[in-house]
Design a protein around this ligand. Structure first.
Ligand code: GRG
Length: 305
């Protein structure tokens, strides 16, 4: 009986989240489609490359965090959707550049050929550059938001993008070296965590959240970023390229600094459980209905792609 009740709970939880992520995809993809020049605009190769990468799948996790957090504090989709699209632009630029021959040299991303494989390396570099510029243009021109809020979002997103680049540099420098827990954490807080943390904070900023709740949201975003990366590291070891839509086993092959590498797989799983529970504690300290954010944490901890 207990097993059946848990199964029913889990099914309900998964279908609610699938529903939510489906809605986010519709909202964000429509916004992106309107913001990125059409594929027939000159230079066609550039816009086709950008669209190849942007619309080639992807979970839209960071936009989902902008929207989920914003909704908890009362913001509507119209105010959230362009900032959510801007975060996805920065994320997609980082994936295009991360896959380049001079970085991870990967052939597969979002279930299809990487941009430099499908087009060419120069186009991939320019597609990433253009997406980065478009992200800031999107926020600066968002007429649903006050000028002050736009400035705050541009400042937050540029700082997160800078931290992401610094994390990527540290990650490349750590390849093949023996690293300790502190270094792994520093790399991942920058490379993955900064943009996820910003996504959570952006939702709060757009909703006009007060200082105390913003502080809690920043802490929650940091934990969520770590949780996302630990599960990503675990999936790299335990999953297939087909399920992930990107090359599995890449971290070991490139001797990357990862949580399973430093801690072992079982301890990395335990750490994910601990971080999920710390994130849930932070959510409980916020005097709002944060149940949906807690469900997203559970989803991140149990995701398989
Ligand atoms: C090149 C400036 C620059 C930065 C690269 C994001 C990143 C920093 C590198 C990608 C490599 C990687 C595996 C990073 C960890 C972050 C991560 C898990 C990225 C993939 O994010 P998902 O799973 O991807 O949300 P989708 O395709 O679903 O959007």
């Amino acid at each position: 009986m207990r097993f059946q009740a848990e199964l029913a709970d889990n099914l309900e939880f998964m279908s609610e989240l699938d529903n939510f992520f489906g809605q986010v995809r519709e909202i964000v993809d429509a916004a992106l489609d309107g913001l990125v020049p059409p594929p027939e605009n000159e230079p066609t190769r550039l816009y086709q490359a950008i669209r190849w990468s942007l619309f080639g799948g992807g979970k839209r996790f960071r936009p989902a965090m902008v929207i989920a957090t914003g909704r908890v504090f009362g913001a509507d989709n119209e105010r959230l959707k362009r900032a959510a699209a801007a975060v996805e632009m920065i994320h997609t630029y980082s994936l295009i550049h991360d896959d380049l021959p001079s970085m991870d040299d990967d052939d597969l991303r979002r279930g299809r050929a990487t941009v430099h494989r499908k087009f060419d390396e120069a186009t991939a570099i320019l597609a990433g550059d253009a997406l980065q510029a478009m992200a800031f243009e999107t926020i600066a021109g968002d007429e649903m938001l006050s000028h002050e809020l736009r400035l705050g979002l541009v400042a937050g997103l540029s700082s997160a993008a800078g931290r992401m680049v610094a994390g990527q540099q540290l990650d490349l420098e750590a390849e093949g070296k023996t690293v300790d827990m502190e270094s792994v954490e520093r790399i991942h807080k920058g490379k993955t965590g900064a943009l996820i943390e910003f996504s959570v904070r952006a939702g709060g900023m757009i909703a006009g959240t007060d200082a105390a709740d913003m502080e809690a949201l920043a802490l929650f975003g940091e934990k969520l970023g770590l949780l996302f990366q630990i599960t990503d590291d675990i999936l790299d070891v335990t999953s297939t390229s087909e399920d992930l839509g990107k090359t599995a086993g890449k971290d070991i092959a490139s001797k990357k600094a990862t949580y399973p590498d430093v801690l072992g797989l079982d301890a990395a799983r335990l750490m994910a459980t601990r971080i999920e529970s710390e994130a849930a504690d932070i959510l409980r300290s916020i005097p709002r209905d944060t149940g949906h954010l807690a469900s997203i944490c559970r989803y991140v901890a149990s995701r398989n792609s």
